[in-house]
Design a protein around this ligand. Structure first.
Ligand SMILES: [Zn+2]
Length: 162
């Protein structure tokens, strides 16, 4: 499954706008570009986020595409990218480290078949101060269970053709 790591020290420095931190974030798996013109992305983000009953601004969605999809997520068998987890290097199709940005592998698939809803759930938990550790990297909370909020969000996206 997609994992999440929280490094508040990195987050703090990133908030401070230190350009030297960006390579560090990429090293651990925060990567991709903000491709706001990706088909259906804005609608999908809005749908998922409001479906989670959020009224705050959703995180930036960084899409990892093309040659940056360098590996295969062993759980989903979908194209993914390199991340650094607490357990070591891994390949994932989504990654959330920070409360204001997520990385999602994108190779033209519908958003309902991407990690978008999954990563937005991590962010919602982080912002709510929920999960042990924060953000629930082990996917123990209700939203990640079969038929939970993430599955429901993806089902909505699918119905809407997103
Ligand atoms: Zn996850």
């Amino acid at each position: 499954m997609i994992r999440l790591a929280v490094a508040l020290g990195i987050a703090f420095v990133f908030f401070a706008g230190c350009a030297a931190v960006e390579p560090v974030l990429q090293d651990v798996g925060v990567r991709g570009a903000e491709l706001t013109d990706a088909p259906g992305l804005a609608a999908a983000v809005a749908d998922v986020w409001t479906g989670y009953s959020r009224t705050d601004t959703p995180p930036r969605v960084l899409l990892v595409t093309g040659p940056d999809l360098t590996c295969t997520d062993p759980s989903s068998r979908n194209p993914g990218f390199a991340v650094l987890l607490a357990s070591g290097p891994a390949c994932r199709e989504g990654y959330t480290l920070l409360p204001f940005a997520v990385s999602v592998a994108y190779h033209g698939q519908p958003w309902s078949q991407s990690a978008l809803a999954h990563e937005l759930e991590h962010v919602a938990l982080i912002r709510n101060g929920q999960g042990t550790p924060l953000g629930d990297p082990g996917h123990a909370t209700a939203g990640f269970q079969l038929g939970g909020a993430v599955d429901q969000a993806n089902a909505r996206l699918s119905v809407e053709g997103l």
